[in-house]
Design a binder for this molecule. Structure first.
Ligand SMILES: Cc1cc2nc3c(=O)[nH]c(=O)nc-3n(C[C@H](O)[C@H](O)[C@H](O)COP(=O)(O)OP(=O)(O)OC[C@H]3O[C@@H](n4cnc5c(N)ncnc54)[C@H](O)[C@@H]3O)c2cc1C
Length: 511
């Protein structure tokens, strides 16, 4: 009898605790800053777990952040930002897209970008004098280049090369080739800058590349007619419309507002103040703004200021720039079998001698267009091409008028191919570097930086562990692609980081 009573009391006590915890969870005020994959993943996970008071504040008029699906040319989508789902196995976004039938099928399903490891036989490589580089040479150089970069990703770089930049490691191991081969090799390095979002391979660490985990399955998985926006829509399904405020630019995050002695339930430790003067109280805020935005604003945005470790991480990690130049023609002018026009130069910007010569001063601005890797055909747009450019040259390009950029690109296409290139009828040029809410494209690890340490420092919540006190813990949490030590740069990294922070809060109310 006594045992039954004890069990009953224990059980009802447990039920009480569970009920209290679940009511605490329901009452907890959570503000998520940013509506990219990190922010929306965090918000939808929290709502799914039973949090009732979740608010997403988004500075822009639109949702999605660096996912920007638009229809500027025809009824078909163009991706101004993220385009592919990188990898299949273990990729939660690939899983969602597959389950929801959002993936592309047919010829565009897997690849639409030229990469040394996957140069298509239909990529035309043109020298600046208009000569076509032989396919055999392109294949040979690209295969050698891919082998060396794979070694870096697989952490198989030998002793003396480990301390070098990726550019120096490649130069040291690439070996001899013909003059044309050298030019294709320079193109490979230029293209690798788009994957790494860096200005030059001579500025990023070779050994740190192995911290990035490449997921199995195709690297370039293309989405169907709804584009990336359709994947975001899956997350938005679970979020009440009123829980998302657009045009809400967060200016200040005041945290640590409640002192230990202060037991007033109505007091919340965080206050978020928007540029338009709106104020929101919160128990927890999840900051998902880009590393670029943090670089610009972290020192003024937080009161009290962020700890030095966090500020160093923001400073030490790199946030690179990749821009796209979409050229839309009335009709296509390239052969049917052409997947893209790739440009190789006698003196390309990723040639070490050229890089060294142009490092100081402004002379590189005269030849900014040499950083464009080439112009690829675009999924579902049979008369459009997309040019790719990175780094300081991309930032410089952003200062020019669309007309000037377009004229230069058409000039390049005419001079290199010798084809009859018509005038462009419409253009769309991204300007991610000038975007005040993003300030770049994605994260890279500069030479000399310990990536894992800095990604983790960026991800750690505030107040720091040694200052945590009961329910005043986990006031400011950080998500976003830059906070993921293995999947940084990607949409799935952003998504996983949002889920990580939501789960941190769910555990907090369940323990
Ligand atoms: C050109 C380009 C191509 C890319 N291609 C790919 C690709 O093919 N595959 C891939 O996996 N990844 C790609 N990426 C990277 C991918 O887009 C990002 O890693 C991912 O979308 C980042 O999501 P996030 O939630 O971390 O940040 P974001 O998407 O940047 O979201 C942060 C949000 O915070 C908002 N914000 C900023 N400041 C404030 C403020 N003060 N107040 C309120 N809100 C604020 C921003 O407006 C933004 O909406 C690409 C990116 C670019 C730019």
């Amino acid at each position: 009898m006594f045992e039954v009573l004890t069990a009953f009391l224990f059980c009802s006590e447990q039920l009480d605790t569970t009920a209290r915890m679940s009511s605490e969870m329901e009452c907890a005020k959570v503000v998520v800053i940013g509506s990219g994959f990190a922010g929306l993943a965090a918000a939808s996970k929290l709502v799914e777990a039973g949090f009732k008071d979740v608010l997403v504040l988004e500075a822009k008029e639109r949702l999605g952040g660096r996912v920007h699906t638009t229809k500027p040319f025809t009824e078909n989508v163009i991706e101004v930002g993220a385009n592919w789902i990188h990898g299949q196995k273990g990729n939660p976004l690939f899983k969602i897209a597959k389950e929801e039938n959002l993936l592309s099928e047919g010829p565009w399903a897997c690849k639409n970008m030229c990469r040394p490891g996957s140069v298509s036989p239909r990529d035309y490589f043109f020298r600046e004098d208009g000569k076509l580089v032989s396919k055999a040479l392109v294949d040979q150089v690209c295969a050698r280049f891919s082998k060396l970069t794979e070694k870096a990703f697989d952490d198989e770089i030998g002793g003396k090369y480990r301390k070098l930049t990726l550019g120096a490691y490649l130069d040291g191991t690439f070996g001899n080739t013909s003059e044309d081969g050298q030019q294709v090799y320079e193109w490979c390095k230029r293209l690798e800058c788009t994957d790494e979002a860096c200005s030059s391979l001579y500025e990023i660490s070779a050994s740190q590349l192995s911290n990035y985990t490449e997921l199995e399955g195709g690297f370039f998985n293309t989405l169907g007619p709804g584009g990336y926006r359709a994947v975001l829509d899956v997350l938005l399904r679970d979020l009440p419309q009123e829980s998302i405020h657009c045009n809400a630019v967060v200016k200040t995050i005041e945290w640590d507002l409640v002192k230990e002695s202060d037991c007033d339930e109505e007091n919340h430790p965080v206050q978020i103040i928007c540029e338009n003067g709106q104020r929101f109280e919160a128990d927890h805020v999840i900051v998902t703004v880009s590393l670029g935005a943090l670089k610009e604003k972290a020192r003024t945005m937080f009161k009290p200021p962020l700890p030095e470790k966090k500020l160093s991480a923001i400073e030490n990690l790199g946030f690179g720039l990749v821009d796209k130049i979409f050229l839309f023609f009335e009709k296509s002018f390239w052969p049917e079998d052409c997947a893209g026009v790739q440009l190789v130069w006698k003196e390309g910007p990723e040639d070490k001698n050229v890089y060294d010569a142009l490092l100081e001063g402004d002379a590189w601005k005269q030849t900014w267009f040499k950083k464009i890797t080439g112009f690829d055909t675009v999924a579902r747009h049979p008369t459009a091409l997309c040019g790719w450019i990175t780094g300081r040259e991309a930032m410089y390009m952003e200062t020019l008028q669309d007309r000037e950029i377009t004229d230069i690109c058409v000039g390049l296409l005419r001079a290199s191919t010798g084809w009859s290139v018509p005038d462009v009828s419409k253009t769309l040029i991204s300007r991610w570097g000038s975007d005040p809410q993003v300030r770049g494209s994605y994260t890279f690890v500069p030479d000399g930086v310990d990536g894992v340490k800095e990604h983790n420092a960026l991800a750690s919540p505030l107040p720091p562990k040694d200052r945590s006190r009961g329910r005043m813990n986990l006031q400011v949490l950080f998500a976003g692609e830059a906070t993921h030590a293995n999947f940084y740069t990607t949409t799935h990294g952003a998504y996983m980081s949002g889920v990580r922070e939501a789960e941190r809060l769910i555990r907090y109310y369940s323990d």
